[in-house]
Design a protein around this ligand. Sequence first.
Ligand code: 5AD
Ligand code: SF4
Length: 462
Amino acid sequence: MAKKFHIRTFGCQMNEHDSERLAGMLVADGMEPTENLESADVVVLNTCCIRENADNKLYGTLGHLATTKAENPGMQIAVTGCLSQKDRGGVLDRAGWVDVVVGTHNLGSTAGLLRKAVTDGPQVEILDAPDPDGDLDPSLALHAVREASHTAWMTIQTGCDNTCAYCIVPAVRGGEISRPLDDLVREAEMLARRGVREITLLGQNVNSYGRDITKRSPMFAQLLRAVGDVDGIDRIRFTSPHPKDLRPDTVAAMAEVDAVCNQLHLPLQAGSNRVLSAMRRGYTAERYLEKLAMARAAVPDLGVTTDIIVGFPGETEADFERTLEVAAEAEFDSAFTFIFSPRPGTAAADLSDQFIDPEIVSDRFARLDTVVQRAGLIKHEARVGMVERVLVEGPSRRNSEVAAARTTQGKLVHYQPSDARALQAGALVDVKIVHGAPHHLDGEQLALVETTKVRRRLEVRS
Ligand code: 5AD
Ligand code: SF4
């Protein structure tokens, strides 16, 4: 009987996509996925280490798994991803019941190591440098087991060449490596042939995509245009661009390529120039707002989201108030807000003499949350009466008779579908927005849009 595996993913979209690729690899190795962790033969924890609570979550989960494994001694446990890369053999020191530890540079070794562990005992394999042929092997994406059929992630680049003082990513994931443009276009074509209509391009700093290939200028705008030319791909999103590297050619491609969505996730991190400089972000608040204005001028009705960190070492009340001001001026649609978490080995972790009192931090965090929530609600309410073309995700989580869909800005819309086709993942539907809530919109269905880009082109030709 085939072995059953269960993957639990922590962290970002890149990890979610790595888990899909991992699932494909395990299926190719003869295993079957299962929803049920307790009865799985192989449990993979694909980990994150961006903030301390991600570490705590992993070791907490491993604690529970010790009991599960005691009841099911045949179970194998693999820990993959960023935290393995950071803690290496230390994972086994803290949780001796783990069978395999694989880092971020050699995801493709997981299936082989699980087999080896059966006969040879626990395996730890961490590479110090990225292996371009291993982790980014296109065949991993080809066989990926994707949860959704209409939308897919595509990793365009791994690693990061920046040195943001708070961030552990460069130490863990290494320097930037871009995948060849031709490979990416082929992958997008393969996805389109399988019915995918929306692709999200993933990288730590997507707008420097290709700089390591050309050794000069980035090729992100070129990539947007090339993927935009792929028949069947109606929507392209990307995350995340770095504000300092957002260039006019990228913004022009966003404006000119029909498929590129009206959505920009542009991490601000802080509003005070003093803090931005201490964070080594490479821009001032004024420059950030200029870049945003450039994008908004080129792409009308652009949905803008951001990341903001509260409580960076040395952040004064005045610094924080500047963050509130800049956030209000930027008029974000929504913001992911984080409390600064010192990460071992980063420059900011050495500033412990300037750490902020946790009570002050949580007060600031709550104040920021109020400001961004209010701004988001105002944005949502302003959309009432508009007609939006949405891509259907399927039935909503709360009510299976209500459809959940996304606007080009990436906003979630709920509406009552006219029939089964208007509830089907991948359908394009026009809806009129009738209500704006803090985290979603409600709409009324208008037309079901039949034409994909492929059909539109055929119609134009005939
Ligand atoms: N503490 C808090 N937030 C962090 N982020 C990255 N590192 C840290 C840290 N040490 C946030 C940044 C980044 C997002 C993905 O996570 O805002 O954009
Ligand atoms: Fe981390 Fe900065 Fe790189 Fe983003 S750009 S991954 S925040 S170092």
